[in-house]
Design a binder for this molecule. Structure first.
Ligand SMILES: [Zn+2]
Length: 356
């Protein structure tokens, strides 16, 4: 088994993590190495759930913070092994999100007695695949008490900025009906594809809302992402299905998001196929505010859905804070700036070490 040296600097540790391949579903080797390295630290209680690893301090502090990162990566794209090029560390997962995992592992090893809050470190499997395999979801179902915390920090790449909350996602199929006919006698039918134009026009005319929460602006979106109709080259189609994807502010419940879309298309057959709520930024909460103050960066709203919403569902405020530009995630050329690795580690260490 590869030994991870958590006392090496964060750059060497990130390289070591990148050089243990861990495409989703194949995290065993990396999880073994992480588990063994953490189990060697006497100040942590370590548990393994599948290929996820949970390590906790238990100093009896009144508050607890959870620091999490996923161990898996998307498939390789000719970007292994790791390569250090000046101030940039290249390689599969360097940005998403082994740099963040390395920062969390360094903190686990080098802050044995956090001053104000106990810490739960979670390194989990299968974030990059279908939601029902997600390691955090598996832990939440099997051992929810392990995720109990006053604040969760997800070390996803955020360019070393704070990305708070996240928007919800809704998918719906709008079905427009007509009447089938031979195109040689098209006046005997009703063309569903033509009738769908009214729905598409309504989407084109729609102005998505901008919702301000805790001073952050969440910009919503409502888009047709697929239009399906057609029976044959000589048939007037009797059905057209428009798939709509909505991104909605975290202040809306699933029911509100659904009602919003239904109200836009009265008289139409609207079938909601998926809806997941977002997460409120929670900047007013004491634990979040103190962290944001120490990190010294202005929070930004997270527009895409992330695992912070899983914590929100558990009642734990959560934010994204990690090294790496999120735009580089899943690209063959992904890298993480060395300066951001150091900055994230130092800022979080000073927050964990600060007296209450
Ligand atoms: Zn990620």
């Amino acid at each position: 088994m590869t030994r991870l040296d958590l006392f090496a600097d964060v750059v060497a540790l990130t390289r070591a993590l990148v050089d243990i391949p861990s495409e989703s579903g194949h995290e065993a080797r990396l999880a073994d190495a992480v588990e063994a390295a953490l189990a060697a630290l006497p100040h942590l209680t370590v548990e393994r759930i599948g290929h996820s690893v949970v390590a906790r301090t238990d100093l009896g502090h009144p508050e607890r913070v959870l620091i999490a990162g996923h161990l898996d990566t998307v498939p390789a794209a000719g970007n292994l092994p790791s390569r250090l090029d000046g101030g940039l560390l290249h390689g599969l997962g360097a940005c998403d999100m082994k740099g963040g995992v390395a920062v969390a592992l360094r903190l686990a090893a080098t802050v044995p007695a956090p001053a104000a809050r106990d810490v739960t470190y979670v390194f989990y499997e299968c974030e990059e695949v279908e939601g029902d395999r997600n390691g955090l979801g598996v832990i939440a179902a099997a051992r929810p008490e392990l995720l109990a915390a006053d604040l969760a920090i997800l070390m996803e790449p955020s360019d070393a900025g704070v990305e708070a909350g996240c928007q919800g996602v809704l998918s719906a199929d709008i079905t427009v009906r007509g009447e089938r006919a031979h195109t040689a006698r098209s006046w005997m039918g009703v063309n569903a594809a033509h009738r769908a134009a009214a729905v598409l026009q309504r989407l084109a005319d729609h102005t998505p809302q901008r919702v301000v929460i805790d001073g952050l602006e969440y910009r919503e979106g409502l888009n047709a992402v697929a239009v399906r109709a057609g029976v044959a080259g000589n048939v007037v189609p009797d059905e057209c299905v428009i798939t709509v994807n909505s991104r909605f502010a975290p202040s809306r419940s699933a029911q509100e998001a659904e009602a919003y879309v239904r109200d836009l298309f009265p008289g139409h057959d609207v079938e909601v196929t998926e809806v997941v709520t977002g997460a409120l930024p929670g900047l007013g909460q004491e634990a979040v505010a103190s962290l944001v103050a120490v990190l010294g960066v202005a929070p930004r709203p997270k527009l895409g859905w992330t695992d912070v919403a899983r914590f929100a569902a558990l009642g734990v405020p959560a934010l994204n804070y990690g090294p790496g530009d999120p735009v580089l995630a899943h690209t063959a050329g992904e890298y993480v700036p060395v300066a951001q690795l150091h900055a994230c580690e130092e800022r979080l260490r000073s927050w964990l070490s600060a007296s209450p």
